[in-house]
Design a protein around this ligand. Sequence first.
Ligand code: THU
Length: 133
Amino acid sequence: MNYFTELNTLLDMSYAPYSGFNVASIVVTKDNQVYKGVNVESAAYPTTNCAERNALQTAVTEGIKVGDIKEVHTLGRNAEKLLVKAYPCGSCRQVIAEQSANDAMVYCYASQTDVETFSIAELLPHAFLGAEL
Ligand code: THU
């Protein structure tokens, strides 16, 4: 399913006064439950949270288990208010890999029709999933 319309609406909830870069993310589970997240920046810059991890953390808080996640969708909007792809950062890739049991698809939108799709295994090769701990 295409989540562009929902992502575009969600962008307005993003709190990004420092970078001016808004990100919206929607996590979809295998039974089609939907969890939303936006980036939330902070004046103490490193305490910023990304949209993807906020969506994932809400999903976990609401009860999803490792392997339940099917898809992660993202949309960015830059300081010029142009819609752009927001490729998940390295930290988000780690959390997506772990929570999806390395089996999620990631959809990066710039419009309704300009969408790039990746597997999480492609975005984060040789993921460290904790089996060695
Ligand atoms: N950001 C996200 O929320 N997700 C991404 O996929 C890329 C980057 C946020 C973090 C920060 O608030 C802003 O975008 C600029 O890095």
